[in-house]
Design a protein around this ligand. Structure first.
Ligand SMILES: NC(=O)C1=CN([C@@H]2O[C@H](COP(=O)(O)OP(=O)(O)OC[C@H]3O[C@@H](n4cnc5c(N)ncnc54)[C@H](OP(=O)(O)O)[C@@H]3O)[C@@H](O)[C@H]2O)C=CC1
Ligand SMILES: O=C([O-])CC(=O)C(=O)O
Length: 442
């Protein structure tokens, strides 16, 4: 296990970034240790070297140590610099550091997301952040080092700690947010069932790790596809964390739907509100024009072209990811990163009066009659405390309901495929239907 972390002692809060770099240079040759920030003022001048031998991880699921020595850590650069964070918090009235894990941290989406997180754009200008970057293998460790170097060179004042690792039991320790982006793309000739199984294993392991070591109120956002079913697998493997804390990212679909309505209505997209994506992040998703509003009016009062709404709008949103791949040669990354930011901000800020946002959440007593025990995208509101409630004042007409049932059926089929990963039976032959595709698949 290799790990890189900041610790806390001098320099003082008045240190300039340049001074921090000088300290970094001085520490670059320091022996490799797991450096943890002291938790109290009395420990400020200590470096705590901990190998945490008591961790009860499932050993056979854990990767081998990167440098061949279990518990050894690698530390370099400005994030090894010791500093007095508490003094910073006091003088600048900063909040307590928020600890955020990101898997797939060397991938394309993270390439955009990490810099938004570090800049303060996501959690706010008074919110220092610790980033814990998770890779999948020894091979990826070097890439993570490269990512950490770029973060270091960006001199973000709010970025107080960066650690990298390939063991989720280490990386997820005490994290308050887990942004699970890392997943295998579908390779040539790979069946959807294989994808569900391979990525499902990843999310089962990460769910177990979160259950073992993360904050008891960690918020988990699953991005890696197929994200709804991966989120279900993750939450089923983390029984000690509230199921309500798990989300599958459908915010990109919501943003795409808003863009299409704005284009059709010839308005700027900030005029579109109350946009729901129902169901799976797949080509069965249901972008809801029935409840959407344009400049405060029902979308159907502004866009009178029912055929367009029923046929083109729905299909365009469902297949937007695929169209983008065709044109760009790779799947959406910057817009996905933006939508992850939107999704987090929707949970940490109060939802504007009368509006809502979409998220793939666990169906447990939902008011719409959607099958329970799956992860389904639905309209949510938040008070800004990280939690959410489902919106009840929506109309579901026959058009929507018919399509919602289709997406529900797809998710139930996916759930049957991964029964062996959620403690519900043996591995079964997966029913792959034509509809069971990611937005990016043709
Ligand atoms: N929900 C949504 O709206 C969207 C979802 N996606 C999905 O997001 C995922 C990531 O996309 P993108 O960043 O473009 O993909 P990339 O292939 O660029 O990056 C994926 C990263 O995941 C890492 N990875 C693979 N397995 C694991 C693991 N077990 N633990 C941690 N990291 C792992 C890979 O690196 P390494 O193996 O070297 O560690 C790689 O860096 C894909 O599944 C994609 O389909 C994409 C767009 C929208
Ligand atoms: O299919 C993919 O990997 C990309 C994706 O989810 C999207 O663009 O919505």
């Amino acid at each position: 296990m290799a790990f890189m972390a900041a610790a806390a002692t001098a320099p003082s809060s008045s240190s300039s970034p340049l001074q921090l770099h000088k300290h970094a240079a001085a520490r670059r040759s320091a022996p490799a240790l797991l450096l943890r920030r002291p938790r109290s003022r009395s420990h400020r001048n200590q470096l705590v070297c901990s190998l945490d031998a008591t961790k009860q991880a499932v050993q056979e699921e854990r990767p081998a140590a990167v440098n061949g020595v279990a518990g050894r850590t690698d530390c370099y650069g400005v994030f090894c610099t010791t500093y007095d964070l508490r003094a910073d918090e006091e003088t600048k009235a900063w909040k307590k550091v928020v600890s955020v894990a990101v898997s797939g941290a060397a991938g394309m989406i993270s390439n955009h997301l990490l810099f938004k997180l570090a800049s303060g754009q996501v959690f706010g200008p008074d919110q220092p952040i610790a980033l814990k970057l998770l890779g999948s293998s020894q091979r990826s460790f070097q890439k993570l080092e490269g990512v950490a170097m770029e973060l270091e060179d960006s001199l973000y004042p709010l970025l107080r700690e960066v650690s990298i690792g390939i063991d989720p039991y280490e990386v997820f320790q005490d994290v308050e947010w887990a942004l699970l982006i890392g997943a295998k793309p579908r390779g040539p000739g790979m069946e959807r069932a294989d994808l569900l199984n391979i990525n499902g294993q990843i999310f089962a392991q990460q769910g177990k790790a979160l259950n073992a070591v993360a904050s008891r109120n960690v918020k988990v956002l699953v991005v890696g596809n197929p994200c709804n079913t991966n989120a279900l697998i993750c939450l089923k493997n983390a029984p000690e964390i509230p199921s309500k804390n798990f989300h599958a990212l459908t915010r990109l679909d919501e943003n795409r739907a808003k863009c299409q309505l704005a284009l059709k209505a010839s308005v700027f997209y900030d005029k579109i509100s109350n946009m729901t994506i129902w169901g799976n992040h797949s080509t069965t998703q249901v972008p809801d024009f029935v409840n959407a509003r344009i400049d405060g009016k029902p979308a159907r009062q502004v866009i009178r072209d029912t055929k367009w709404l029923h046929e083109e709008f729905t299909k365009t949103v469902q297949k937007r990811g695929g169209e983008l791949i065709q044109k760009r040669g790779r799947s959406s990354a910057p817009s996905t990163a933006v939508s992850i930011v939107d999704a987090i901000q929707s949970l940490v800020n109060p939802t504007p009066e009368g509006d809502w946002f979409s998220s793939g959440v666990y169906t447990n007593g939902n008011p719409y009659g959607i099958e329970e025990d799956i992860v389904f995208s639905m309209p949510c509101r938040s008070k800004g405390d990280g939690d959410y409630e489902l919106v009840t004042d929506v109309t579901i007409d026959d058009f929507l309901w018919e399509r919602i049932k289709k997406s529900e059926a797809e998710l139930l089929a996916e759930k049957r495929c991964v029964g062996h990963l959620i403690g519900e039976g043996e591995e079964e032959l997966c029913e792959v239907t034509e509809d069971t595709m990611l937005p990016g698949e043709q």
